[in-house]
Design a protein around this ligand. Structure first.
Ligand code: FES
Ligand code: FES
Length: 176
C-alpha cells in the first residue's frame, strides 16, 4: 500500500505504433509490422505462421523455443524480433536439406525413439545443431551437460542423447 507521502509518478504519454521489420527465416524475407516488444518466438508463430517452434515456458527456462540465428542456438522467447533484422534465422521447418530428405538429426531422433509427445523436439534438434557446431562437447556427459537447457517432460532425454551421439560420431568419422 502507498504511504500518504508517496510520490505519484505521472502516466507515460507515449503512443507506440507497429514498426516495419523484415526477418529472414529459412532463407525467405518476411516483411512484418511489429510492436517493439514482440518476441522472436511470437513473430515466428503468430505473425509468420511457423508453428514448429514451440512455446513452453516463455521465460527462458525450457528450451522449447530454441532456433538457430546466424549459426548459433538462441532462445526465441528471450529475443526481441526487431533485434534480428538482417540475421539468418533457421527454424525446425528449415533444417531439412530438401522436401524429400530429413536432416541427420531428424533421422536419428526417429531411429532412437527420441520423442514421445514431440513438444520439446524442435527445440532439442535446433539446439543440438548449434551445440555440435560449437564443438565443445567431446563426450556423452558433455553432450548431456550442453543440452541441459532443453527440458523433456516425457523423459526421453537418454534417447535424445543417443540420437545426438550417433550424429556426432558420424560427423567425427567424416572428418577422419
Ligand atoms: S519457451 Fe523459451 S525457453 Fe521456454
Ligand atoms: S518428447 Fe514430450 S516433452 Fe520431450
Amino acid at each position: 500500500m502507498l504511504s500518504e507521502n508517496a510520490t505519484i509518478l505521472p502516466k507515460t504519454q507515449v503512443n507506440f505504433d507497429p514498426k516495419p521489420v523484415t526477418l529472414t527465416v529459412n532463407g525467405i524475407d518476411r516483411p512484418l509490422q511489429l510492436m517493439p516488444w514482440v518476441s522472436l518466438l511470437d513473430a515466428l508463430r503468430e505473425y509468420i505462421g511457423l508453428t514448429g517452434t514451440k512455446k513452453g515456458c516463455d521465460h527462458g527456462q525450457c528450451g522449447a523455443c530454441t532456433v538457430i540465428c546466424d549459426g548459433n542456438r538462441i532462445l526465441s522467447c528471450l529475443t526481441l524480433a526487431v533485434m534480428k533484422e538482417g540475421a539468418e534465422i533457421t527454424t525446425i521447418e528449415g533444417i531439412a536439406p530438401s522436401d524429400d530428405e530429413l536432416h541427420p538429426l531428424q533421422k536419428a531422433f526417429i531411429e532412437h525413439d527420441a520423442f514421445q509427445c514431440g513438444y520439446c523436439t524442435p527445440g532439442q534438434i535446433c539446439s543440438a545443431i548449434g551445440m555440435l557446431k560449437e564443438g565443445h562437447a567431446q563426450s556423452r556427459a558433455e553432450v548431456a551437460d550442453l543440452m541441459s537447457g532443453n527440458l523433456c517432460r516425457c523423459g526421453a532425454n537418454s534417447n535424445i542423447i543417443d540420437a545426438i551421439m550417433e550424429v556426432k560420431e558420424g560427423l567425427a568419422n567424416e572428418k577422419q
